[in-house]
Write a protein that binds this ligand. Sequence first.
Ligand code: SAM
Length: 313
Amino acid sequence: MSHVSQAPVTTPDAEPVPPVPTSFDEVKGWFSAHDQVLFDWFLTRQNEAAPVAGDLLELGAFMGKSAIFLGGYLRDGEEFTVCDLFDSPAPDDFNLEEVRDSYPTLTRRGFETNYLAFHEALPTVIQAPTSVVAEKVRPGSCRFVHIDASHLHEHVVQDIASSRIVAAPDAVVVFDDYRSAHCPGVAAAVWAAVATGELHPIAVSASKLYATWGDPQPQQAALLGWLEDRSDLWHGVDVIDGKPLVRIGDEGAPVPPAPQPLHPPVPVPAAAPAPAAPRPAPRPGVRWRRLAKDLLPPLVTRAIVARRRRARA
Ligand SMILES: C[S@@+](CC[C@H](N)C(=O)[O-])C[C@H]1O[C@@H](n2cnc3c(N)ncnc32)[C@H](O)[C@@H]1O
């Protein structure tokens, strides 16, 4: 079965209209299956087991992969805010180089097209450096903050400080790339905040560190209880400065149900086979010969044929 083509089209002013994704897999981004499982656990728990009030916030949205996922956990009356430069200039040369090298084709329009393929309404979009977040987002309002914008040390330090201002009590704050070789500034900023004793790590995956500015113990205890029953996620507990930290690794955990497009692709039925061309009606003589061949004994047929030939000669 084939699907309606999603090829980019061009508007009259020649600005290309981004293609509309027809599945979550088609949305580009960096959001592992394993971290989707952990986001789902933290957000579902906030929604159900231990209700935590508050909004959602993402710093660094790119084409919307993690934002589309997060938007699925938004409850009535809550606000989801994303902050990204998109196609605006970065605030300094290092950041300019970072975004030019890593996200050269990113546009706000691309993000919005992707997001609206899965949700009825856009989140609140702040198109600006993340340094403005603490002024724009209500203090103490967010229950979940995903920090995945600039990976430069001084920006991450600022994002950490902003997350503290906007976080609700017991909010989950997630840091991407907290230990990647290509961005040591993130590790330096995150571990410094932990070392001061203010930011409390709950758990780490290969790519993300899950922390809180509140008391980590209830979330850690619930997480460990959940992990006990999971054979598709391995875990261990390290003690850092006298406090436990849960390490979690993937052993084939199935991803949570993917966000579904609002308008699934229209299946195009397979083309029906072309009708067979009508057979030409046999010429009268041909029809007679076929009938004679089928019905008369061969000797009689041969005699008739010989007689007709002699008559024509
Ligand atoms: C790694 S990507 C985000 C990936 C996304 N969360 C996902 O899961 O696919 C980082 C994003 O941060 C944005 N960014 C980089 N520096 C920024 C800054 N100083 N302020 C705001 N956004 C920034 C980039 O434009 C890019 O879209």
